[in-house]
Design a protein around this ligand. Structure first.
Ligand code: PRP
Length: 209
């Protein structure tokens, strides 16, 4: 499945504010949640539906309901936590799987430090949230952890992506659709996305130097 860069004026505008180094932590958190909600609108576009009969105050009519409401949101800690409110707004009954992964600063490889997921993922559609698709090591490791529990479907949402990361996730997990607000230029020598937005976790939680 391709990595899908969603083109929309609101997404482009909000992403630019997110990239701006002057954007403070409070505004950064708000925009991360808003961007996630906008991306989730696209990421949920092909969810299956069923007919549902209702009575309006005027007459009976055939409406539409989601065919399966078994949703799980899986933020990759820490920075994926900033995306959780955006998706929870749209899918309020979704359960949450926490994926604790930290990218080693030297090797750039992710290490798992926490994994807490709800029971019974077999019928679930899982939305994995990772703000930065850099080398894609974290997203691929998170998807591996989830796949061991055999969910029905996995969809990923990333705020920004690198071409290198996009290629890797497409090769490693070809059935997983990834929605992003921008495909950036490249990774630099530190495996940071360029132009990027800095370290999403630090900017969300005020831990930068
Ligand atoms: C960052 C980011 C992604 C990951 C991306 O997290 O939030 O999860 O790196 O890099 P990758 O695609 O090369 O794996 P980090 O490990 O810095 O942890 P944090 O969210 O706790 O800041």
């Amino acid at each position: 499945m391709p990595v899908i860069a969603v083109e929309h004026p609101l997404i482009a505008h909000k992403l630019t504010t997110l990239r701006d180094r002057r954007t403070d932590s409070k505004l950064f958190r708000e925009i991360v949640a808003e961007l996630t909600l906008l991306l989730a609108y696209e990421a949920t576009r092909d969810l299956p539906t069923r007919a549902r009969h209702i009575e309006t105050p005027v007459t009976g009519t055939q409406g539409t309901a989601l065919a399966n409401k078994d949703f799980v949101i899986a933020p990759i800690l820490r920075a994926g936590l900033g995306m959780l409110p955006g998706l929870h707004t749209l899918l309020p009954s979704a359960r949450v799987a926490h994926l604790g992964l930290r990218r080693d600063e030297v090797t750039k490889k992710p290490a798992t430090y926490y994994f807490n997921y709800p029971d019974h993922l077999r019928n679930a559609t899982v939305f994995v949230l990772d703000p930065m698709l850099a080398t894609a090591g974290s997203l691929c490791a998170g998807i591996d952890l989830l796949k061991a529990n055999k969910p029905e479907r996995i969809i990923a949402i990333c705020l920004i992506a690198s071409p290198e990361g996009a290629r890797r996730v497409e090769e490693t997990h070809p059935e997983v659709k990834v929605f992003t607000s921008a495909m950036d230029e490249r990774l630099n020598e530190h495996a940071f996305i360029v132009p990027g937005l800095g370290d999403a976790g630090d900017r969300l939680f005020g831990t930068s130097a």
